[in-house]
Design a protein around this ligand. Structure first.
Ligand SMILES: [Mn+2]
Length: 259
């Protein structure tokens, strides 16, 4: 069975339309929305709302780990738009997010097995999924005799992205899977080579429970995304081949797994 897998779509709807070409099964591991484009600050929701100069300064602050400075920049930018109460931000942001979801779900191949990235808003998905889109998070499906487990979302972080979980919440979802042949998640196991981003020059969040699960269950494959430019895009842990499927927003190409 040929499985085409994408992750970190971040707005790339044109390439997404063709991402299932030639596949028996199509899988999307989340991060559909583009809030901030670290490589190209001229696009994304923040740039549409606040302009490119603000977005560059905001990205610089976050990249340097100056999260307090980033928050001050953000508060100032909202104030320039007349939004002083942080609770009012979502009303404006949600319009932009909904526009992107409309475009991306329209381009999303069908059928598709999907889970959430950390930059996704699970509550909005039911409004946009098409017939043939199956959203799976903390559960398994069997296709062509291959048992597949899915765990979506990221870990609580200073980046405060929309779908972040505590270690306990994440572990609960992993524990619900039982044994699988192929594990699909948005984030990698907590292994330095797989979590270090060589361009952002920082460790992204991996998950320790995933590493325990791999050592314990030894699925044939673990496929994930999240780290856009990883130090290593694949490595073997015991019998499990761990593979970062790549930053679809940059490559426009799915990872092809023969399972
Ligand atoms: Mn991403």
């Amino acid at each position: 069975m040929r499985i085409n897998v994408v992750s970190d779509v971040h707005g790339a709807d044109v390439a997404l339309r063709r991402a299932a070409d030639g596949a028996d099964l199509f899988v999307c591991l989340g991060d559909l929305i583009l809030f901030l484009d670290y490589d190209d600050p001229s696009q994304g929701i923040y740039t549409e709302l606040f302009g490119e100069a603000h977005t560059r300064a905001y990205i610089d602050a976050r990249t340097a780990g100056r999260f307090d400075d980033a928050r001050v920049l953000s508060t100032e930018a909202w104030a320039r738009r007349g939004v002083l109460d942080p609770n009012e931000r979502w009303g404006i942001l949600s319009g932009q997010v909904r526009g992107q979801y409309e475009r991306l779900f329209e381009a999303m191949p069908t059928p598709a097995l999907m889970t959430f990235g950390n930059v996704d808003i699970p509550d909005l998905w039911p409004e946009y999924v098409k017939p043939g889109h199956r959203v799976i998070d903390g559960a398994t499906v069997t296709e062509g005799g291959v048992r597949m487990g899915f765990v979506g979302g990221g870990m609580a972080s200073p980046m405060r992205t929309p779908y972040e979980l505590t270690g306990e919440q994440y572990a609960e979802k992993v524990a619900a899977l039982g044994p699988v042949d192929v594990l699909f998640t948005h984030i990698p196991p907590r292994v330095p080579e797989l979590t270090y981003d060589t361009v952002a020059r920082r460790f992204e969040f991996g998950n320790a429970t995933l590493l325990e699960y791999i050592r314990d269950v030894q699925p044939a494959f673990h496929l994930f995304g999240h780290v856009h430019q990883p130090l290593r895009s694949r490595m073997r842990i015991g019998r499990t081949e761990c593979i970062n499927v790549g930053h679809f927003h940059s490559t426009g190409r799915p990872f092809v797994l023969n399972a």
